[in-house]
Design a protein. Structure first.
Length: 234
């Protein structure tokens, strides 16, 4: 049921186990919580997490992966952060997946500073960074207009040799546009085309918006001309 994403059936089976006093373990709880995650049922996932504690079943990395992911998908960043703190208190090892979900949840909640703190925690704990990590963190900065921090994260990704993509570049260009830094936005667009990162309509819109906000219409027209000479993904 969990692999099929049928969270309701998985939940019913779990209830039957409880009613029939069948012993539950971490594997059982993890499967039920994972099913709730796939079904975007974060409240039910939290209920099961609470039931684990009541049953004195120890939560592990898989448990936290699923329940934090469930909260992240619904934008419940505060709940996700509480779970992350419980995880730290219980000395459960952090994973890239958990940290990425946390950063993404905070980004959705407009909590860019918390996202940056999580990046620091990842580095201190020697958790591996990937493309999703930087995309989520840069997106958090973009939403808050924190273009300097977004560029620092981009430099960090380059330093760690983490591959970036169009999502990364789009967030960076948008962040610079919001900060009135049209030159940097166009510089990033240039780097993007030089590195053969596939531009899309969001890329062009973000770059033109950056020029529009700063009143540099000639550069905006130049970008429109450039789009005619390069292949743009929809």
């Amino acid at each position: 049921c969990e692999k099929g994403g049928e969270w309701e059936k998985a939940s019913q089976l779990f209830r039957l186990m409880v009613l029939n006093e069948v012993q539950s373990n971490a594997i059982t709880f993890n499967a039920a919580i994972s099913a709730c995650d796939k079904g975007c049922e974060w409240e039910r996932a939290l209920e099961l997490f609470g039931a684990m504690a009541q049953s004195r079943v120890e939560a592990d990395m898989i448990t936290f992966n699923a329940v934090i992911s469930s909260c992240e998908k619904d934008g419940q960043w505060e709940k996700a952060l509480q779970l992350f703190n419980v995880m730290a208190k219980n000395d459960v090892s952090f994973s890239t997946i958990i940290c990425n979900a946390m950063i993404s949840a905070c980004a959705k909640g407009g909590e860019w500073e918390t996202s940056m703190q999580l990046v620091v925690v990842m580095r201190r704990s020697k958790v591996e960074f990937d493309t999703i990590t930087f995309n989520a963190a840069i997106s958090a900065c973009e939403k808050a207009g924190e273009w300097k921090m977004a560029l620092q994260l981009f430099s960090m990704a380059t330093e760690l040799k983490v591959e970036t993509n169009a999502i990364t570049s789009n967030a960076l260009i948008s962040a610079c546009g919001k900060g009135g830094k049209w030159e940097k936005a166009l510089g990033l667009f240039s780097i993007m085309t030089h590195d053969r990162v596939q531009a899309n309509t969001i890329t062009i819109s973000s770059a033109i918006s950056a020029c529009e906000k700063s009143g540099v219409w000639k550069q905006a027209l130049m970008l429109l001309g450039v789009t005619a000479s390069i292949q743009i993904e929809p």
